[in-house]
Ligand binder design. Structure first.
Ligand SMILES: Cc1cc2nc3c(=O)[nH]c(=O)nc-3n(C[C@H](O)[C@H](O)[C@H](O)COP(=O)(O)O)c2cc1C
Length: 168
């Protein structure tokens, strides 16, 4: 993956009406599970959604995730608190977030578009997703992802800002 590929990864919220092959999903999950993880704990746990009823149910839980209603594919990125380094939520969130970004890049590398949808730390969204998808209390839903073949193509860009960098 080149630097240009990284800059071309943008949030895509409109999708073609085409299913995503299982091999493509699995390859993206390979990327997700190649992410760095504190003490190699790999606390990430992934739910993959392809049924319309499940995608719509997830949209019901996420006010800013309505594009799920028109997406052929969705993910819920969870973290298992019992597997996290030292059982700490902060490690869980960092590891799962690294995994989510790798998933987005893995999807992008295969020509798909996707968008990260926040769940944690919004208590209402955590409760709604946990209840609807039957998650045990130790399995924390961190974020969701809507994905599919893109029907919009946002321009590559960086939001580089020299004021946010300090060279020591
Ligand atoms: C933690 C997190 C939560 C986000 N939640 C949402 C969301 O609920 N709905 C949405 O449309 N985009 C969401 N986004 C995507 C951001 O809006 C998007 O990444 C940001 O505007 C930068 O645009 P880009 O991804 O095209 O570079 C989220 C991103 C992050 C990292």
């Amino acid at each position: 993956m080149t630097l240009q590929d990284l800059l071309a990864r943008r949030s895509v919220r409109k999708y073609a009406d085409a299913p995503v092959p299982r091999t493509v999903v699995d390859a993206a999950l390979q990327a997700a599970m190649a992410a760095p993880s504190a003490m190699h704990c790999d606390p990430w746990r992934w739910l993959v959604l392809t049924k319309r009823a499940d995608l719509d149910a997830l949209a019901d839980c996420l006010p800013y995730g309505q594009m799920l209603r028109h997406a052929p594919l969705g993910f819920i990125a969870c973290g298992d608190l019992t597997a996290a380094n030292r059982g700490q939520l902060s490690y869980l969130l960092q590891d799962v977030s690294a995994s989510i970004e790798n998933l987005l890049l893995g999807l992008h590398a295969q020509g798909l578009g996707a968008v990260w949808l926040g769940i944690h730390p919004n208590a209402e969204r955590i409760a709604a997703v946990s209840s609807r998808f039957g998650l045990p209390p130790t399995l924390i839903p961190v974020s969701a992802v809507a994905a599919g073949y893109p029907a919009e193509r946002p321009e590559p860009r960086t939001r580089f800002d020299a004021d946010k960098v300090r060279y020591l």
